[in-house]
Each structure stands twice: as structure tokens, then as C-alpha cells.
Design a protein around this ligand. Structure first.
Ligand SMILES: Cc1cc2nc3c(=O)[nH]c(=O)nc-3n(C[C@H](O)[C@H](O)[C@H](O)COP(=O)(O)O)c2cc1C
Length: 387
């Protein structure tokens, strides 16, 4: 099921962007504060809250912390709030504190968050995830090491091949064909539950060295069956999941996929393979690639710096002709604006800067010369004080 972006292509792209999105219109100029429409969903600006694990859930259930954490960024003016990596199976959690969506009982606490986020004018999205061989980890503030034994709170982990992430991590058991089918079925069931909770953007996590990325990269996937070896075979499981999820997500709702565009290491997954992956995802009806990088192997040389992943989003946008999201060390309104006006990406995702400043989007509106869209209870008071 493929559908073009709601704002369609013109041959004379003002930014030279062939992605078939708003950028391709002559007038009006698109910037960070311009609304974006994908399928039937309108985003009030191009500022999105990236998914961020909180590691404080019990048995996968969202609670008051998740409501306030996510709700305050919606009140702070972003257009899209993406709920953290939410595990499609209990053993697919990175840590015992991850959110989960493996049972019907997980729906209602998430629906409560959706209702609040949407009441603030933001779109509620969720990232559906399986951590693969990086599951069963300790909490990051306790060091994040793999939990090897059930006594230590760990559980058995799975992956494409029996290769651990590093020396201190558990060796995964390689999924057999039935296990692979089970993963697809778990993503399908999770998607149905996410839609029942009211989410209007579904994002699949195929980045950061988790299960779907592990199938993509030749460094973690040494299978000799249909799911390993050639690029076509390594793409097979992530594409099966994407196809299955798109079939369930209604045509009027957007579907995003987060990828690691490169492993930042020799002989690994790289940006050229990512372009092929993005093209195939587009054919399946994926609307936007949320472009991150790394996470598959511990010893990658990552050139971390301001906007360091933006060129990856640009290349995928240009060469796969699909809308992209840029993420990673984007902290200033002017820089975020340039990413959109320059045609590098269609959405700008912020993570840590939104932890530091939940009202970042309102401040960006002010900095870029627009009237900040304060929540009604704040706006009249803040404006009166300023006079
Ligand atoms: C606390 C924290 C939790 C994160 N959890 C997730 C997650 O659940 N899913 C994901 O794809 N990325 C996750 N990330 C990565 C962010 O979404 C983002 O890609 C990364 O932090 C770079 O953006 P930034 O420089 O704006 O922080 C997390 C990052 C942080 C800081």
C-alpha cells in the first residue's frame, strides 16, 4: 500500500530536493515553523520529540512519569511526541524498566498519554521495538551492562546469529524460522494495540543495534538461510515487518521507520545500503525515514558533533526520494531552521535538548520571529508580564 505524501511534487524544487514533499513548492517558503501534512495528519511545525527511553516502567506499563515527561513536551509546542522504544515482546525490552505493548492491558495507560498529548495540539506517535541481542541490559545509570542470569534480573536474548554485542554481553540464540515469524506477529499485534491506544504515528525501530538492525548488518547477521548473506536476504525481516505493519496502519495515518544509516565501521551497514533500504521501505508505503546512526558494535568511530547525522538524512532524502527526519546534536533554533529550509530533512527530531528545555519549541518560535503558541493558561500571563 503506497501513497504519496499529501503535499506533492513539482519539477522545480526551490531547494533542489526530489523528495516529493512541501520543499518542492515554490511558495510559500518552508521553514521549521511551517506545518507539515503527511497522509491525513497535520503537524503544526517541523519540531519533533525523539523517542527517549525512561527505564522506569514496571512490567512495561506507562505511568504518571511517562504522562508528565511526554505531556510537558507537547505543552511545550512540539508537533510530534514519539513515545520511547516500546517493546513488542517482554524479552525484547532493553531493560526491565522499558515500556511494553505485548498485552492488551498495556493499552489504557498509553491511551491516557495519547489523550493528553493530542489535547495540547501535538500528534502522538510511538516507537515499536525489539532489542534483540541488546536486551536484558542493566539500567544505564547502573552501567548498562548485559544481565547474564535470571537471578540478576536478566532473561535469555535472541538475535539473527549467536554473536554477542561484546565480551560482557549474553550470547543470543539465533532465531529459527518460527521465531522470525513470531517477531513479525509481535510487531503486528503491537501495531494493533498502538492504534487502539489512539497513536497517529507508528514508528518501527530498526536502528541502534537492536533486532531489526542486527538483521540488516553483516557484522551481526551471519546467517546462511534466506535471512542472511546478501543484502536482499538481510533486508528480508525488516521489510516483512514494515509490510505487515503498513497493512495494519490505516491509509490516513503516517508510518515512520528509524534507521541507523551507518555502523560507522568497516564492512558493516552503510549509507548506500540505507538508501536501498529506504527505497524499498518507500515502495511499501513508509512515509518518513528517521535517520540516526550507530549502536551495532561497541568500537565504532563516530564523528560526533553538531548535526553530524544531518548529511545522512540529506543523502537518503535525495537518493531515495522519501521524506526524512534529522536527529543528533541539534540544539539551536537557527540550525534546526536551516536543516528544513536547506532541504536536508522534513522534520527535526530533538532528544537531549528537550530534556534540558521542555519549552524549546516555544522559544524557537520566539527566536525565529513568530508568536509563541503558549498553552492558554500560560499565554495571557506570560504576555502580560512581558509588557
Ligand atoms: C535518555 C535517552 C533515551 C533514548 N531512547 C531512545 C529510544 O527509545 N529510541 C531511539 O530510537 N532512540 C533513543 N535515544 C536516542 C535519541 O532519540 C536521539 O537519537 C539521540 O539522543 C540524539 O539526539 P540528541 O543529540 O538530540 O540527543 C535516546 C536518547 C536518550 C538521551
Amino acid at each position: 500500500m503506497t501513497a504519496p505524501l499529501a503535499d506533492s511534487t513539482s519539477a522545480n524544487a526551490p531547494h533542489g530536493c526530489p523528495a516529493g514533499s512541501d520543499h518542492d513548492r515554490e511558495v510559500p517558503e518552508i521553514d521549521l515553523l511551517s506545518p507539515l501534512t503527511i497522509r491525513g495528519v497535520r503537524f503544526r511545525n517541523r519540531i519533533a520529540m525523539a523517542p527517549m527511553c525512561q527505564y522506569v516502567a514496571r512490567d512495561g506499563f506507562a505511568d504518571d512519569w511517562h504522562l508528565v515527561h511526554l505531556g510537558s513536551r507537547a505543552a511545550g509546542g512540539v508537533s510530534l511526541v514519539v513515545v520511547e522504544a516500546t517493546a513488542v515482546t517482554a524479552d525484547g525490552r532493553i531493560t526491565a524498566g522499558d515500556l511494553g505493548i505485548w498485552s492488551e492491558a498495556h493499552i489504557e495507560p498509553l491511551a491516557r498519554i495519547v489523550r493528553f498529548v493530542e489535547s495540547q495540539g501535538a500528534v502522538a506517535g510511538i516507537q515499536l521495538a525489539h532489542a534483540g541481542r541488546k536486551a536484558s541490559s542493566d539500567l544505564p545509570w547502573k552501567g548498562g551492562a548485559g544481565l547474564l542470569t535470571p537471578e540478576a534480573g536478566g532473561w535469555p536474548v535472541v538475535g539473527p546469529s549467536a554473536l554477542p554485542f561484546d565480551d560482557g554481553s549474553p550470547t543470543p540464540s539465533a532465531l529459527d524460522k518460527a521465531g522470525i515469524d513470531g517477531v513479525v506477529a509481535a510487531f503486528e499485534a503491537a501495531t494493533r494495540r498502538a492504534l487502539a491506544a489512539g497513536f497517529r504515528v507508528i514508528e518501527i525501530h530498526s536502528a541502534h543495534g537492536y533486532l531489526l538492525h542486527e538483521f540488516l548488518s553483516p557484522l551481526s547477521n551471519r546467517r546462511t538461510d534466506d535471512y542472511g548473506g546478501s543484502l536482499e536476504n538481510r533486508l528480508r525481516l525488516p521489510l516483512r515487518v514494515a509490510e505487515a505493519v503498513r497493512r495494519i496502519v490505516p491509509a490516513e495515518l503516517p508510518f515512520f521507520v528509524r534507521i541507523s544509516a551507518t555502523d560507522w565501521t568497516d564492512d558493516g551497514w552503510d549509507v548506500d545500503q540505507s538508501v536501498v533500504y529506504a527505497r524499498r521501505l518507500k515502495e511499501l508505503g513508509v512515509d518518513l525515514i528517521d535517520v540516526s546512526s550507530g549502536g551495532l558494535v561497541p568500537k565504532a568511530r563516530i564523528p560526533v558533533g553538531k548535526g553530524y547525522q544531518v548529511p545522512l538524512a540529506r543523502k537518503i532524502r535525495d537518493e531515495a526520494g522519501i521524506a526524512t527526519g534529522a536527529v543528533g546534536l541539534i540544539t539551536e533554533a537557527g540550525h534546526a531552521n536551516e536543516i528544513v529550509t536547506g532541504g536536508d530533512a522534513d522534520l527535526v527530531f530533538l532528544a537531549r535538548e528537550l530534556l534540558r528545555e521542555p519549552y524549546w519549541a516555544l522559544k524557537a518560535q520566539q527566536e525565529l520571529g513568530a508568536e509563541p503558541a503558549w498553552p492558554i493558561s500560560y499565554g495571557y500571563a506570560v504576555k502580560r508580564r512581558a509588557k
